[in-house]
Design a protein around this ligand. Structure first.
Ligand code: FES
Length: 208
């Protein structure tokens, strides 16, 4: 929640609680994805960048596809107009989310070769660029984790330099993650996204 809403909640608790109750009760008949897409469109309508990034991330996390997000934007053309759709598209381009790249819009998930298991560092993070996506790995004993480098808050591509010991800190709003477990340990409340993986003929393969 923004600092402004937190302030209003303290200054006018009754009114603001009623407002939040209204929001909670007003969408009981919509499925999560539809609700998320409508929220994305409302943020474009009022052009709040932080809100747009946040609701977009939530929509993707809850299963909306990039094509659905683009359809929602295009369908809202009569109320948004081209300028706001271009505004949102520029933010999408800046975010550079791999799934939104034109060549990936209709791609189906598949296995990607990350490299030889032998070369995956032990008890420290590995960092890879594979097929246009950055990944972190963490290997301890027989346990191997493969993480998306995208922050679960607003999809920022967390750089390798943000790693200090076992702590990975997103430069945007400083959510911190334990690279061994993927759990968020400061500021935020969601873990790093993990990719399914398997070992085949000594190679590590990840699925996205
Ligand atoms: S994008 Fe906000 S903490 Fe990473």
């Amino acid at each position: 929640m923004s600092d402004a809403l937190n302030y209003l909640l303290k200054a006018r608790p009754e009114a603001m609680k009623a407002y939040f109750t209204f929001l909670k009760k007003s969408d009981n008949h919509l499925d999560t994805r539809t609700r998320d897409l409508i929220s994305v469109i409302t943020k474009v309508a009022v052009q709040t960048e932080g809100g747009f990034r946040q609701y977009l991330t939530r929509a993707l996390r809850n299963g909306a596809s990039p094509n659905e997000v683009i359809d929602a934007l295009m369908m809202a053309f009569p109320v948004l107009g081209l300028a706001k759709i271009v505004w949102a598209t520029e933010i999408l381009l800046e975010m550079d989310i791999p799934e939104f790249r034109p060549e990936n819009l209709d791609a189906t998930p598949e296995w990607h070769d990350i490299g030889s298991l032998e070369e995956v560092p032990r008890e420290q993070a590995g960092y890879y660029e594979i097929d246009g996506r950055h990944l972190f790995t963490y290997r301890k004993g027989d346990d191997l984790k493969v993480y998306d480098s995208r922050c679960p808050h607003q999809v920022t591509d967390i750089p390798h330099l943000s790693l200090e010991g076992r702590t990975l800190t997103c430069p945007k709003h400083e959510w911190a993650f334990d690279i061994e477990s993927g759990e968020c340990t400061a500021k935020g409340n969601r873990p790093l996204r993990q990719f399914e993986h398997k070992i085949e003929n000594g190679r590590v393969l990840a699925y996205w």
